[in-house]
Design a protein around this ligand. Structure first.
Ligand code: MSP
Length: 666
């Protein structure tokens, strides 16, 4: 099986870990665990970026020596990943000797390739980005558009890397590797940046000391991004000759190995342009994929210290549970797109999808196994039509979730898994085990309980990369051992299913106890989240019910409508199955929306400016289902998706929880 080597960015230690860092690290952990379940040899690397002007200045501001400062700051990161159950295989710090030596070796290889020359630099530099900036990239007053702080004018002696020479080679490489960067939109940006022509890059600094000395020229320190990017190779013991560094041989030099870098969109250029060029120059292999994710806002606002919403992940995980936080982050945010972390949505998803969805499925079925079969799961030798359908739904979920995880779309994998959970809950509604129990129909009850437990077993494997702790608890309740992936053994539940018959269920505590309004208020208070504004101040609230005093309300413009008028509008819940942009339109998305009918409907929605197609898939939306079909830009729209607001404050109307597609909105 192909080895899988995956990395997070190495984080700057000038600040403590926040939810954005946690998002990257959790995604990387999920993908590693998935590869493990598929039986692949894996290696997960994370670490810290400890050099550079930004860190040096921060240390000095605090009156500390840079080394003492970075040593102190490393601990909260190590503790955070442990608390979030992110099991990295290595944690590299760029101040470690093992890194410094090999980073220098890479520099040396670039020199030997004839790609480094001495010169003098004069340009704008943003210390926040640790990057030189083109004048045309800056805002008025030479302000960096990302950090909103003025750039510094820097003039100093420097070594340069002949990046310009690598432009054509990079373009050729991109052409030959159409999936090198995801999402595609960002790949296109990278390609145009390179196609516009690359300038040579300054790769050393002489005006400060906090960095790795350039080999043979110790008055220079290596540019912090060159130093940092090489961590992906140095942590494996590379560059090295075959046989010298087994990890490097297996995970990097080996052309079979799949090397994936997970990065935020802001650092894509460094990974997709500079890093491959450095590697080409040093004669080393290139990574297989750079997966760029979006940025998180917090309750709709940019995260920043000044807004007081800098969100550290550990207290949050302690309050809501590690697995719940992992699940929420991976489900809420479409990988590759910006997303919002909202405490309210977290609770809503928890109650809808975890408590009512998965937890409830387990609770609904175990008591019958205990009551009728002494807790022993019965064989399912003669599945009926409904059981065959359920098995088919599980098989489909396994294939889809696998495909989405291979394509690094964890949110879509969760959609596929939760479709199975919803399907299984519907199966329970249809088979009504409580009636079978009352009537003493044990044959049918055996079929029903085992069919559900089979589905739960499949979910416990597929959801394990996201929620390892909860899935092992779920497995314990259905008599299965904790999941222990082994190299070479694929455990993904494609087929055959795990044998559950003969195992004994052990009903334990509720996996996901519901969070009621009181508990939610207490949780939000504990987390310091402001309660939502009340809808209207108390003294303005209507004193009597609408039906008692209709005349006191001003009649709406256009007059009242009767209930029958309202009932003419057939509002339905729709589940978006697919979404793609409509060619020649910057407003429209073409959606396929499941309304519980034989075929999903095609609906065109003017939401493209606010929603990326990926972000729509899997959403439950409100649809006007009986609107006359209408042709737009060559496509027939068979309904309308409701939305509210305009500009940035714009949202499609959604629905919480696993309500079945086609349900009537009333
Ligand atoms: N040290 C460099 C990376 C070097 S990799 C060879 C760096 N560090 S960082 O600490 O500033 O950022 C690390 C990662 O955190 C980046 O991928 C960045 O996109 C991500 N995030 C920072 N804030 C974020 C959010 N608000 N949301 C999601 N991710 C964000 O850059």
């Amino acid at each position: 099986m192909k080895p899988f080597y995956i990395t997070t960015p190495i984080y700057y230690v000038n600040d403590r870990p926040h939810i954005g860092h946690a998002y990257s690290t959790i995604a990387t952990d999920v993908l590693t665990r998935f590869a493990k379940v598929r039986g692949r040899p894996t290696r997960f690397l994370t670490g810290l970026d400890e050099h550079g002007l930004k860190i040096e200045r921060r240390a000095r501001e605090l009156g500390k020596e840079p080394q003492a400062f970075v040593d102190e700051m490393a601990t909260p990161f190590q503790e955070a990943w442990k608390a979030l159950n992110c099991q990295h295989d290595d944690f590299i710090r760029t101040t470690e000797p093992r890194h410094k030596e090999r980073a220098q070796a890479i520099f040396q290889r670039m020199v030997e390739a004839g790609d480094v020359y001495e010169g003098e630099y004069e340009d704008w530099y943003c210390v926040g980005c640790e990057s030189f900036k083109l004048e045309r990239e800056l805002l008025e007053g030479n302000v960096c558009p990302d950090h909103k702080k003025p750039c510094e004018r820097i003039k100093e002696k420097s070594y340069f890397f002949r990046l310009s020479k690598y432009g054509p080679k990079l373009l050729e490489f991109y052409e030959a590797h159409p999936h090198f960067v995801a999402p595609q939109g960002r790949y296109n940006e990278v390609k145009s940046f390179v196609a516009e022509g690359l300038r040579d890059l300054s790769i050393s600094r002489t005006s400060f000391k906090w960095g790795i000395p350039v080999p043979g020229a110790p008055e220079h320190v290596m540019y912090v991004w060159l130093d940092a990017l090489t961590n992906y190779v140095t942590a494996l013991g590379g560059p090295a000759e075959p046989g010298e560094a087994p990890l490097y041989d297996r995970f990097w030099a080996n052309p079979e190995s799949q090397v994936v870098h997970i990065v935020g969109k802001d650092i894509l250029r460094f990974h997709a342009v500079y890093w491959p060029a450095f590697l080409m120059s040093a004669g080393l292999r290139l990574p297989s994929q750079i997966q760029a994710h979006g940025w998180l806002t917090i309750n709709g606002e940019k995260m920043s210290k000044s807004l007081g919403n800098f969100l550290p992940p550990v207290p949050l995980a302690e309050a809501v549970g590690v697995d719940v936080l992992r699940y929420y982050l991976m489900r809420e945010v479409g990988f590759g797109y910006d997303g919002d972390f909202s405490h309210k949505n977290l609770v809503a998803r928890y109650n809808g999808e975890l408590a009512n969805g998965l937890g409830n499925l387990l609770n609904r079925i175990l008591p019958f196994v205990e009551k009728h079969f002494g807790g022993v799961i019965q064989p399912l030798d003669e599945p009926g039509e409904l059981e065959i359908e359920l098995r088919e739904a599980a098989r489909k979920a396994a294939f889809e979730a696998n495909r989405h995880l291979e394509e690094v779309l964890p949110h879509r994998a969760l959609d596929a898994i939760w479709e199975l959970v919803a399907f299984a809950n519907r199966y329970v509604d249809r088979t009504e085990p409580w009636k079978l129990s009352k009537n003493g129909d044990e044959r049918a009850l055996a079929r029903c309980t085992t069919a559900i437990i089979e589905a739960l077993a499949a979910v416990s494997v597929m959801a394990w990369p996201f929620m390892p702790g909860k899935c092992d608890l779920l497995r314990a309740q259905i008599g299965l051992p904790p999941l222990e992936p082994e190299e070479g053994a694929c455990m993904w539940p494609f087929e055959p299913r795990e044998t559950v018959a003969g195992k004994k269920v052990v009903k334990g505590e509720a996996l996901f106890p519901r969070i009621d309004a009181k508990a939610e208020a207490a949780l939000l208070e504990k987390l310091g989240v402001k309660p939502a504004e009340p809808a209207a101040p108390k003294d303005e609230a209507p004193k009597a019910k609408l039906a008692d005093e209709p005349s006191k309300l001003a009649e709406p413009e256009g007059g009242y409508i009767t209930f029958d008028d309202f009932a003419k509008v057939d509002l339905r819940l729709g589940l978006v199955r697919s979404a793609e942009p409509v060619p020649k339109s910057d407003k429209l998305l073409r959606l396929k929306v499941d309304l519980g009918e034989a075929e999903p409907r095609q609906i065109l929605a003017g939401i493209r400016q606010r929603y990326a197609p990926e972000a729509m898939v899997g959403r439950r939306v409100v649809v006007v289902a009986n609107l006359a079909p209408r042709k737009l830009l060559g496509f027939t729209s068979q309904g309308m998706v409701l939305a509210v607001g305009d500009g940035d404050a714009f949202s499609v109307l959604g629905v919480e929880g696993e309500i079945a597609p086609g349900s009537r909105v009333s």
